[in-house]
Design a protein around this ligand. Structure first.
Ligand code: PRP
Length: 221
């Protein structure tokens, strides 16, 4: 039997994913020990786990190096890889939004050309160009995006808002909601065919756990 391989986003997301998998009967003892290893195996269950940077998870899955990935919807929307999205696992819930100083609301509504700073240029482009039909200049940043409107690099930002604390403490507000975000399970298109039974069983077991959980709502599919 070949390994069923998972690409996980290292950090909190991987930890939450392993907890969910364990509750569904899929484990990896090796992964519980603190180490800097990136590949872990459960020989008995023929499971393999990679720890990758979140934004690279869709790439590992699209190329078939991993059969399954668990990563945020923000990453999936930004990376635009050709994958099956099969399950909303619910954790990492937050939203993608346009934010900025409160006085920018009027300019946004008027459709004035604005500069938008973001870690997510594809999401920002898709929102402003395809959904709002509004011309903007997009500036790609790699983090601490809230800094941009404070120091005058951009008028607004497109970014993740979880508790809203970062915005609040920097005098910024949500101006427009773009989309809700949470972690999703994705499957390689070929693996879905050649490992259909094992993957279907896995999805069913996980779905059962999610249904038992408190956070269940209609967005699980
Ligand atoms: C994310 C996001 C916001 C912040 C939102 O940043 O980009 O800056 O969290 O969280 P909050 O609404 O709970 O304050 P992250 O911590 O991933 O770091 P980054 O600055 O590198 O993007």
């Amino acid at each position: 039997m070949r390994y069923l391989t998972f690409a996980l986003a290292k950090g909190r997301l991987a930890k939450q994913t392993m907890e969910l998998l364990e509750s569904a009967g899929f484990t990896c003892e090796e992964m519980k020990e603190k180490s800097r290893k990136l590949v872990f195996v459960n020989e008995e269950q023929k499971l393999k786990f990679f720890l990758a940077k979140a934004s690279d998870v869709p790439t590992y899955v699209e190329y078939g190096v991993a059969d399954i990935g668990v990563v945020g919807k923000d990453t999936l929307l930004e990376e635009k890889r050709n994958l099956y999205e099969v399950l909303n696992v619910g954790f990492g819930a937050c939203k993608m939004a346009v934010a900025g100083p409160p006085e920018m609301k009027k300019k946004l509504d008027q459709g004035v050309p604005l500069r938008v700073a973001t870690k997510y240029p594809n999401i920002a482009m898709d929102y402003f160009y395809n959904k709002k039909h509004q011309t903007v200049e997009i500036v790609k940043l790699n983090g601490s995006v809230e800094l941009a409107p404070i120091v005058g690099l951009s008028e607004v930002i497109v970014d993740i808002v979880e508790t809203g604390k970062t915005l609040k403490e920097n005098g910024l507000v949500v101006l427009e909601d773009i989309t809700p975000i949470s972690a999703r399970m994705v499957i390689n298109r070929v693996s879905m065919k050649i490992e259909h039974e094992r993957i279907k069983y896995l999805i069913d077991q996980i779905r059962e756990q999610l249904l038992k959980g408190e956070g269940f709502n209609d967005t699980y599919y």
